[in-house]
Design a protein around this ligand. Structure first.
Ligand code: MCA
Ligand code: AMP
Length: 496
């Protein structure tokens, strides 16, 4: 399977079709045909090659959503280069971990973010790359640096960082085959067509935006509207002006859309055909409220950074609230007990998945890769149950992962930063329910002195992405522990 061959049906086959409206930070919108994207990415490939980037090298980007991420991505698909997306909300400490681990040749970014990069790694300013690409003379057809590269399904295409239970994130090695198979499955299952109009407010540094939105668009040849980031106060204007037929969102975005007035909701619903939710559980009452206000039954699906998408409610047929539906066509799902034996329908167990979408393992972490796979099955760590008719319901996670607004938070990482602060002797971070974000982190601290929450927060803000900042700090005399010393987080006092 070749991702580029799949994309060529659109990039070359539908060259004259208008492909993309991309908003810039200054709110101007630029439009591109698929042919223009093809030509831009050929030029980017030449520029990257001229700067010394070769197949198998890593190239990171730290950018808000913009057309240049598409240019960079397509150029790397063509060159066999491995892309390392970095969350724009990350602070230098979080960025340093990823850069240190992935060892990219360079980080493509903007002038404002150069100071956040670790010393030693070259920052390539996106504006410089754009100028170099524009200066190239278009020869027509693919340049030789592209024609010389042949990638197959197993060629690595992206290292997407995701945390394990240790707190330090690991790079999931996603291949050309992962992205190609994921797009084929989604487009077949969700009826994506060239006539669709897809609104993408998701960040492109995560696989929800990069894997699902970008590749559903490129493979179906539909039209994409890309905005720099989701903003609830602008959502109605975007929907009204663009009239998307399809929207992919995290539950927090649906909570925000429910804040719009009834007439706006009806108008948006009338021109859409599909709303998809994923990355975190969609509460049943949001599902119901959305149906009432927008006239659409949200289609909920389940995926992971390591696997892209695994399970989805059907486009035709029942989209059952509270469930994630049925395995996607190329994915096999097992639900197993602690010894790896399949459990009966109706019994909870861990979901194990297998399919061409699953990553090749973790970057330079043979131990973590070995733990994550069992006989070729990827152990998701998610606990779920299958009904007799095949619908799968997720019930929880094996790890302590907190998901806030669709962003993942590993308590351990926040605990480690807290323990570096003077006077804090012990720290335990847990997720508490939140109506808008799903969950938010709260920190329990054993400290020598009373906690100055404002000061502590100000310090944490320089080291952690905003979505990881604890909502509150609770001072306790001691953390509840087992006889072996493990913190029993479920015994911590509840906060409102
Ligand atoms: C949020 N913020 C951002 C962005 N998103 N800043 C820059 N770029 C962004 N893309 C910051 C805001 O500046 C603010 O920071 C804080 O986050 C909250 O923003 P607010 O406007 O209040 O947003 P909201 O209405 O609460 O909505 C939050 C959100 C955001 C926009 C929905 O949570 C989001 O974009 N989530 C998507 C995450 C995602 O793509 N996950 C997929 C992971 P401050 O507080 O400093 O002012 S992939 C995955 O999980 C698997 C594979 C799967 O199944 O998909
Ligand atoms: P990430 O590490 O960002 O890829 O997050 C993947 C995790 O998000 C999964 O392991 C699930 O725990 C969670 N997740 C994704 N989609 C859903 C969903 N529809 N419902 C519940 N949890 C979800």
């Amino acid at each position: 399977m070749s991702l580029l061959a799949l994309l060529d049906h659109t990039l070359l086959g539908a060259a004259s079709r208008v492909a993309l409206d991309a908003d810039d930070a200054d709110d101007t919108t630029r439009s591109f045909t698929f042919g223009e994207l093809e030509s831009r990415s050929n030029r980017w490939a030449q520029v990257l090659h001229a700067r010394g980037i070769r197949r198998g090298d890593r190239l990171a980007f730290l950018l808000p959503n913009c057309v240049e991420i598409i240019d960079l991505w397509l150029a790397c698909v063509k060159l066999g280069v491995i892309v390392v997306p970095v969350n724009v909300l990350y602070q230098s400490r979080e960025i340093a971990h990823i850069i240190g681990d992935a060892e990219p040749v360079a980080v493509v970014t903007t002038a404002e973010r150069v100071g956040d990069l670790p010393t030693g790694v070259p920052a390539w300013l996106v504006g410089d790359l754009v100028r170099e690409a524009s200066a190239l003379i278009e020869l027509g057809g693919r340049p030789s640096v592209v024609r010389a590269t042949v990638c197959d399904a197993s060629t690595p295409l992206a290292l997407v960082y995701t945390s394990g239970t240790t707190g330090a994130s690991k790079g999931a090695v996603l291949t050309h085959g992962s992205f190609a198979s994921n797009a084929l499955m989604l487009n077949a299952s969700w009826g994506m067509q060239a006539s669709d109009r897809l609104l993408c407010t998701l960040p492109l540094f995560h696989v929800h935006g990069l894997g699902n939105a970008v590749h559903s668009w490129l493979v179906s040849g539909c039209h994409l509207k890309l905005v720099t980031r989701f903003d609830a106060s602008r959502a109605a204007a975007w929907f009204d002006a663009y009239r998307p037929t399809v929207f992919f969102g995290v539950p927090t975005m649906y909570v925000r859309l429910l804040e719009l007035d009834a007439a706006t909701a009806q108008r948006i619903g009338a021109s859409a055909r599909l709303f998809v939710s994923g990355s975190a559980p969609l509460p049943a009452h949001i599902h119901e409220a959305f149906r009432a206000a927008y006239g659409h039954v949200i289609l909920e699906r389940y995926g992971m950074t390591e696997t892209l998408m695994n399970v989805s409610n059907p486009y035709y047929g029942e989209r059952r609230a509270g469930t994630v539906g049925l395995p996607l066509p190329l994915v096999t799902v097992r639900i197993v007990d602690a010894s790896g034996e399949d459990v009966a329908d109706g019994t909870s167990g861990e979901l194990w998945v297998r399919g061409p979408n699953v990553c090749a393992g973790y970057w330079r972490r043979p131990d973590a890769t070995a733990t994550a796979f069992a006989d070729g099955w990827f152990r998701t760590g998610d606990i779920g149950v299958r009904a007799a008719d095949g619908y799968i319901t997720l019930e929880g996670r094996r790890s302590e992962l907190i998901i806030s607004g669709g962003f993942n938070i590993y308590p351990r990482e926040i605990e480690e930063v807290l323990l570096e602060q003077p006077g804090i002797r012990e720290a335990a971070v847990v997720g508490v329910a939140d109506a808008v974000r799903g969950e938010v982190p709260v920190a329990y601290l054993v400290s020598d002195a009373p906690i100055d929450a404002e000061r502590l927060l100000a310090t944490l803000r320089t080291q952690l992405a905003s979505f990881k900042l604890p909502r509150s700090f609770v001072r306790v005399d001691a953390l509840p522990r087992t006889a072996l010393g493990k913190v029993q987080k479920h015994l911590l006092p509840t906060v409102s």
